[in-house]
Design a protein around this ligand. Structure first.
Ligand code: HEM
Length: 266
């Protein structure tokens, strides 16, 4: 199963053109959902106005070299390893889910657009990337959702309490999980049975919820977070610090209480 392109097998019954149109539709849904979100929240407008205001209190002008250095560090640390999440499990779970999703999506696009025409041979690496990506997304996403999300981890809510804020993570897990199960059932070639079709339908539905729900879910954070990290790091480098006061020139003494328990009450 792991080395079989599930979309090539599906192409026996569904024309590649339909699969490709579905991917394009998902891309359009991301675009429309994100633009609607930006218009509704006015976050990008606020972000640029704030950056302009903060620039006035900059204490130094950054050279091109310094800017490139800040941008490279932001890409390597804040974005590629989500350093904002500190050094713990939260970051490991996020990195698993993030790279899993990227592999899963890239694998889907490559296999659907380049390896679904009749008689084509898919290099084994692509189905492997797709299956491993899906598995990493399910693992990282489930770890986060069952154990690490704030209302469960810090607020003692039961793991089965579902709210609107869970839409993104749950749709993400569902699309990878249903994709994996569909691929497995299809690889069994169960003649005269419809099990694989049931999971294909669930896979399609989960994708429609994931990409169609961008406006209501946390999907767009994957575009906003890198921009915000870059702005924060540039503001630190040019001394404007987003108009925040400088750090106190005093030892970090918070008393013994702070050592009694890991900080987890947000
Ligand atoms: C393909 C890209 C990405 C995927 C699939 C992804 C996935 C997720 C998921 C599933 C969550 C949990 C959402 C929830 O609270 O229910 C999350 C939260 C988060 N993501 Fe991402 N993410 C991506 C990119 C990024 C990037 C590029 C950054 C930072 C530069 C980032 C930073 C964060 C942060 C700070 C949180 C909050 C985590 C927490 O509450 O513990 N993410 N992400």
């Amino acid at each position: 199963m792991i080395s079989t392109n599930p979309f090539l097998t599906l192409a026996d019954t569904v024309p590649p053109f339909l699969m490709q149109s579905f991917v394009i539709l998902m891309g359009l849904l991301i675009l429309v959902g994100t633009v609607m979100d930006i218009i509704h929240k006015k976050n990008v407008k606020y972000f640029f106005n704030n950056a302009k205001k903060a620039k006035l209190s900059a204490t130094k002008t950054l050279s091109t070299g310094e800017r490139i250095s800040v941008i490279s560090k932001t890409i390597a640390s804040d974005i590629a390893t989500t350093s904002e999440l500190g050094a713990g499990k939260r970051r490991v779970a996020h990195v698993m889910g993030m790279y899993g999703t990227i592999l899963f999506w890239v694998g889907s696009v490559v296999m659907i657009f380049f390896y679904t025409s009749p008689g084509s041979t898919t290099p084994t690496v692509w189905p492997m990337i797709w299956h491993i990506g899906a598995a990493l997304t399910v693992l990282g996403g489930s770890w986060f959702w069952f154990f690490l999300r704030v209302d469960v981890y810090s607020e003692a809510q039961p793991w089965f309490r579902v709210i609107k804020a869970d839409l993104f993570v749950l749709a993400l897990i569902a699309s990878s999980l249903f994709g994996l199960i569909w691929s497995y059932l299809q690889s069994l070639n169960l003649v005269g049975r419809y099990d694989d079709m049931v999971f294909l339908a669930l896979f399609i539905a989960a994708n429609l919820v994931l990409f169609g729900g961008v406006y209501w879910s946390k999907f767009a954070h994957m575009f906003y977070k890198p921009g915000a990290a870059l702005q924060k790091n540039l503001a630190e480098a040019d001394g404007s610090r987003d108009n925040l006061p400088p750090e106190a020139d005093a030892p970090e003494q918070f008393g013994l209480g702070i050592k009694r328990e890991e900080p987890k009450h947000y």
